[in-house]
Design a protein around this ligand. Structure first.
Ligand SMILES: C[S@@+](CC[C@H](N)C(=O)[O-])C[C@H]1O[C@@H](n2cnc3c(N)ncnc32)[C@H](O)[C@@H]1O
Ligand code: SF4
Length: 456
């Protein structure tokens, strides 16, 4: 078997800090499918065919933000109110068309995620309109319906409108509570305002309030991170994600560093390196767990069982995700689909289609991929490694045997523990879980199984 450090990490007395040099990507994946073209006939066939998925989700993308944050490359379009309303109207028309199809009506959706960008930049009326449109889609009892965004500008009018129209989970990017770190990253509100607002929203009887925190931001020292953890625990929220800052291509931070430009002001003072970030992760995980927060994945914890993180965990399980809106990605009948980000061509496609008699959703500019023959297997790996436990009954005996040399290397390097029934990641393994996923896919590519039919 070929084993390389990229697959196994390296031996170190402190694997959390040193098993790999750097987190190599936000997500791992392997090329299991090919780009294909989808003509009108096939598109129509998809919408007229009932779904055969066991579980499924609806993903709706709102590609607007009022301001570009230094660390992020998700910014797509500026959020002028009229621009956003025009988009929401067009989006709702597409959702309306879809809601009457056999594909949509054939099975209930487990979860709906309205993500971005910054969906909370929609007006209260837009939010209400979108929420009402989502109600036309069949959903399971108690389905999780998430609105993503930020606290800035999310006033009581929007909050009430979102609740009334059916949203029951709210995911806010906070990143850091520290006002100076926030300002350096291009964030708008001050710490006290965020804490007060989160406290108020979290008092709701049923809605789940979760926040994203990042570690490794410019200016964010260990002391500031420790305060961020204390703040999130005190805020009353029901769940938290801890994300390590990744140098995303195209972000202002990455561009400044790529050009060798010094970072100005307060932010210039401190930049945690990969090893310090590992320590920040350890501190965050230990602090939450000592406060009795339950770990749901390598980066997500909850304080209250109302927080279920259904979309995030199902999305990693390779389920059917119907994507709507410019920049949305998902898959229909096993075919991957990524709507292109260019807003004007998204509108053009709809203007052209208006001349036709079809009542199906418009096929907007998109990249389509053939079904991945290894989709179920890849999902089992991703779900397991992300959750920190890969149960062997989700794999064939032959596949487990094939992977044992890699698992033993991870065990030797302090990244995992092997038992008869599962591979359990250590804290270090959970921190490096995206590298482990990448390593596993590389291992399978370099060490092809003799009998492929035994793989899945
Ligand atoms: C698509 S963004 C939407 C969040 C929302 N618009 C906001 O401003 O808070 C979702 C999350 O991705 C995370 N994120 C963005 N850039 C990141 C980066 N460079 N590294 C790690 N996480 C990042 C942030 O925690 C952010 O809350
Ligand atoms: S963090 Fe949110 S508001 Fe900032 S650029 Fe990214 S998506 Fe937009």
């Amino acid at each position: 078997m070929l084993l390389t450090p990229e697959m196994t990490g390296i031996a170190s007395p402190d694997p959390l800090k040193n098993a790999f040099k750097i987190k190599n990507a936000a997500h791992a994946g392997r090329q299991g499918s090919m780009p294909i073209s989808v003509d009108h006939q096939m598109w129509h066939h998809w919408w007229n065919m009932p779904s055969s998925a066991q579980r499924r989700a609806l993903y709706i993308h709102i590609p607007f933000c009022r301001k570009r944050c230094s660390f992020c490359n998700f910014f797509e379009n500026g959020a002028q109110p009229q621009r956003v309303s025009r988009y929401v109207n067009a989006l709702c028309e597409q959702l309306d068309r879809a809601s009457n199809t056999a594909l949509v009506q054939s099975r209930p959706f487990d979860t709906v995620y309205v993500g971005g960008g910054t969906p909370t930049d929609m007006s209260a009326d837009d939010l209400y309109q979108l929420g009402q449109m989502i109600r036309k889609f069949p959903t399971v009892d108690g389905a999780e319906i998430t609105l993503e965004g930020r606290l800035n500008g999310f006033d009581d009018g929007k909050w009430n409108s979102a609740l009334e129209s059916g949203f029951n989970r709210f995911s806010f990017g906070v990143q850091s509570f520290n006002t100076q770190v926030r300002q350096a990253a291009g964030r708008l509100d001050e710490r006290e305002l965020l804490l007060e607002r989160l406290h108020g929203l979290s008092l709701h009887e049923t809605a789940s309030i979760v926040v994203d925190l990042m570690f490794g931001l410019p200016g964010q020292t260990d002391t500031i991170w420790q305060q961020d953890l204390a703040d999130v625990i005190a805020s009353g929220v029901h769940g938290v994600d801890l994300y390590q800052l990744i140098n995303l291509p195209g972000s202002r931070l990455e561009q400044a560093e790529g050009k060798g430009k010094p970072i100005q002001g307060f932010a210039a003072g401190h930049r945690a390196d990969s090893q310090q970030r590992a320590e920040m992760y350890r501190y965050g995980a230990n602090t939450l767990e000592q406060a009795n927060w339950q770990r749901l994945s390598s980066c997500h914890w909850r304080r209250d069982t109302r927080e279920r993180s259904v979309y995030n965990s199902l999305a990693k399980s390779g389920i059917e995700i119907l994507p709507f809106g410019s920049g949305a990605g998902g898959n229909i009948h096993g075919y991957g689909m990524m709507n292109k980000r260019d807003l004007s061509s998204w509108y053009d496609a709809q203007a052209n289609e208006n001349n036709s008699l079809s009542t199906l959703p418009v096929r907007v500019p998109a990249m389509f991929m053939s079904p991945n023959p290894d989709a179920a297997l890849d999902a089992a790996f991703k779900r397991g490694l992300d959750a920190g436990e890969l149960p062997f009954d989700s794999l064939t005996v032959a596949m487990v045997e094939h992977l044992i040399p890699l698992f033993e290397a991870w065990q030797q390097h302090g990244l995992a523990k092997l038992s008869k029934r599962a591979l359990l990641l250590t804290m270090a393994g959970r921190y490096w879980n995206v590298n482990l996923q990448t390593g596993l896919f590389l291992y399978l590519q370099e060490n092809v199984m003799q009998n492929l039919s035994e793989a899945s």
